[in-house]
Write a protein that binds this ligand. Sequence first.
Ligand code: OAD
Ligand code: ZN
Length: 249
Amino acid sequence: DLAAKCADMIKEAKKICLLSGAGISTNAGIPDFRGPKGLYRTAGIENPERIFDISYFYRDPSLFYRFHREFLRALQQVQPTFAHKFFAKLEEIGKLIGIITQNIDSLHQRAGSKKVYEIHGGVWESFCIKCGKAYTYEESLKKTFEEDIPRCDACGGVIKPDIVFFGEPVKYLDKCIQLARESDLFFVVGSSLVVTPAALIPAECRGTIVVVNKGEFSTAYLPMSKVSLVVDEDIDAFFRSVNEHLNIV
Ligand code: OAD
Ligand code: ZN
């Protein structure tokens, strides 16, 4: 079965790398973007991707903040999933060389992962888009719940969390490509693989690719010749089965 095969691949691998997407956190209660209950379906607005579009943010930051406020509220309730813990263990036992995540929920770090590269940034820091003044997570959290649009104490400019919007360069791209090139086993977990450049990274791996994703994902940038396993199952259910063969969590 697929879990046994995956467990064998993990046993043989020496340098595992993970690219995670929003699907790894849906079991924690954070909706993804393009899944059946994803934000882009439930937002109830036209062109929902503009929520995270940088030029739209400059014109009307209130749309982003309307959704971000709910995200921050959810973030205060959630716990890492089994899959987050499973990949933290793989690092602890010396098998995993790094996690590239498109997520901004920091659940990998909270599960104990150390080498996490947040290619789309995170919520730990925020900056005034006018004067550049930096704000901590706590400061921006307070402002986001108190103000409709959080504004800079120094200049009144709009504050923006350090997450990567469409139209902005991603973070740590060189490091992410280097990790992929080093890895002998590359997992893609819970991503539709439609957003570049993140979706271009799996192709860089020198070993084999395993995709764990329920539902559709794009193969536009994925070299299927390198893909040895596609698992169309719930992420936590699958990694619990894999763990039954490995007993690491
Ligand atoms: P998507 O929402 O595009 O894809 C998540 C995938 O995970 C979908 O294919 C789901 O079907 C699948 N999925 C969800 N829950 C699952 C579960 N429990 N088990 C198995 N599969 C599950 O999320 P990303 O690929 O991460 O960027 O999206 C990429 C980027 O688009 C995000 O980082 C964000 C977004 O716009 C920016 O905003 C810049
Ligand atoms: Zn300012």
